[in-house]
Write a protein that binds this ligand. Structure first.
Ligand SMILES: *[C@@H]1O[C@H](CO)[C@@H](O)[C@H](O)[C@H]1NC(C)=O
Ligand SMILES: *[C@@H]1O[C@H](CO)[C@@H](O)[C@H](O)[C@H]1NC(C)=O
Ligand SMILES: *[C@@H]1O[C@H](CO)[C@@H](O)[C@H](O)[C@H]1NC(C)=O
Ligand SMILES: *[C@@H]1O[C@H](CO)[C@@H](O)[C@H](O)[C@H]1NC(C)=O
Length: 435
């Protein structure tokens, strides 16, 4: 039994050793990706090695390193680490032609190998935008092309206008002369309008070799368009004698300047009172004769545009003269007239806010006297009503209490108490109500 068990144990341990040996006795490598011009490190590991030699060779099957001994004369290739467990080498200033399958060999019998693929990324050049000829007229079709060469794999191009991505673009990819990298281009077609003037169009190239910092090209658009004109008056209600400023707001590219003012299709009739400065027309002291249609005209190299403003000079509101109104109106409106004579602009609000009686005294002894009498009469009436009310309330209370006392005549004591209590409650309620 004991022998049997130990034999079984020995059997397993031998199997384990064999398994471990075969598992560890082979080279391990990993694929490597490097950006063109960078440094690639190729590592080959052997977990269990009984002093067997390791070797790295390139895609052309040339030996680069045999253990720690350099085999190929290339200063870009250097030894990083050499031991029985590892052979690591570095390739600096990697070029696209270095791409391919590298082999690590372990010289057991037979030789065991492991492949590592070296991928070299081609960095896209700074993109260029073509197709913009300045200036462009509004309504024209614009075709911009953004191009970048040297990317491997082919780079991605995206367009942005005012930070908003434009999706509908044409993408084209072609192989470069080296047959390894690509030239990619993207074309953007759109009809321009005035809102595109001054807008920055950005072409953005994203690529894995760029480390999350994309390459960009920018084109600021310049769109020429006919002027648009608008007249803005300084006041919505021009009155005789006031000054009025009309501002001619004109947009356009090139900027239309100066603007031309006319009245009823002719020159401004009174240059002394109608002064044009820049985009503004200032009319000093409006007169009824200034009524008419004022026109502002703006012209640039593309075209012309105009706007019109119909001026109606309103009367100064002088209709509410105090002398014409006082005799025909009673006390309250008279105070309104007083308010108007002191401050015409706030007449409406002041008349509605003020208590007519409070100002009555100012308008002469007659009104004061009438007011006083009315006040006294009203006061006396109010006092009488109040006193009468108090008197009636007290009287009613007494009457109800007496009625409660009358409950003594009830047929039995219970009824008497119920009657008395009910009435008392009623009396209390009524008293409270009347006082
Ligand atoms: C490996 O080589 C070292 C000396 O470099 C030696 O000491 C060791 O015994 C060798 N091991 C085997 C398994 O041959
Ligand atoms: C290494 O790269 C080669 C070639 O691109 C590929 O076939 C293989 O699957 C890659 N191996 C690993 C472990 O990624
Ligand atoms: C308006 O113009 C007329 C004629 O030019 C003039 O007689 C009149 O006094 C002016 N009125 C005012 C309020 O300036
Ligand atoms: C100007 O317009 C006002 C308001 O319509 C009118 O009362 C006035 O008579 C007009 N004056 C002239 C000279 O047309």
């Amino acid at each position: 039994m004991i022998w049997k068990r130990s034999a079984v144990l020995r059997f397993y341990s031998v199997c384990g050793l064999l398994l471990q040996g075969s598992q560890g006795q082979f080279p391990l490598t990993q694929n490597v990706t490097v950006v063109e011009g960078g440094t690639a490190i190729l590592t080959c590991r052997v977990d269990q090695n009984d002093n067997t030699s390791l070797q790295w060779s390139n895609p052309a099957q040339q030996t680069l390193y045999f253990d720690d001994k350099k085999a190929l004369r290339d200063n870009r290739i250097e030894l990083v680490r050499a031991s029985w467990h590892e052979l690591s080498i570095s390739v600096s200033d990697v070029s696209l032609s270095d791409e391919g399958q590298y082999t690590c060999s372990l010289f057991t019998m037979p030789v065991k190998t492991s492949k590592a693929y070296l991928t070299v990324l081609g960095v896209p050049e700074k993109p260029q935008i073509s197709g913009f000829s300045s200036p462009v007229m509004e309504g024209d079709l614009m075709q911009l092309t953004c191009k970048t060469s040297g990317s491997k794999p082919a780079a991605d191009i995206r367009w942005f206008k005012n930070d908003k991505e434009i999706k509908d673009v044409k993408y084209l990819k072609e192989e470069d002369a080296n047959r390894k990298t690509f030239t990619v281009s993207s074309t953007l077609d759109f009809r321009v309008d005035r809102s595109d003037d001054g807008v920055a169009v950005i072409c953005r190239v994203d690529h894995e070799s760029l480390n999350a910092t994309p390459q960009v090209a920018m084109q600021v658009l310049e769109i020429h368009y006919t002027p648009s004109v608008k007249i803005i008056p300084s006041t919505p209600f021009p009155q005789e004698g006031q000054a009025l400023t009309l501002t001619c707001e004109s947009k356009g590219k090139p900027l239309p300047e100066p603007v031309l003012w006319t009245k009823d299709g002719a020159e401004l009739p009174d240059p002394d009172r109608m002064v044009v400065s820049g985009r503004e027309l200032n009319i000093l002291f409006l007169n009824k004769t200034d009524n008419g249609t004022y026109r502002c005209e703006a012209t640039n190299t593309i075209g012309q545009s105009s706007a019109e403003y119909v001026l109606i000079v309103h009367d100064v509101p002088t209709t509410l003269l105090p002398t014409t109104i006082i005799p025909s109106l009673t006390t309250a409106p008279v105070t309104t007239t007083v308010a108007i004579t002191t401050s015409p602009s706030t007449s409406a609000s002041s008349s509605s806010r003020r208590d007519p009686n409070s100002l009555a005294g100012q308008n002469g002894p007659d009104h004061a006297l009438i007011g006083g009498i009315v006040a006294v009469v009203v006061f006396v009436t109010l006092c009488s009503i109040f006193l009468l009310g108090r008197y009636l309330a007290r009287h009613k209370g007494t009457y109800l209490t007496n009625e409660a006392k009358g409950a003594e005549d009830a047929p039995d004591a219970d009824t008497a108490i119920i009657n008395a209590e009910g009435s008392q409650v009623n009396a209390e309620e009524k008293k409270e109500y009347f006082i």
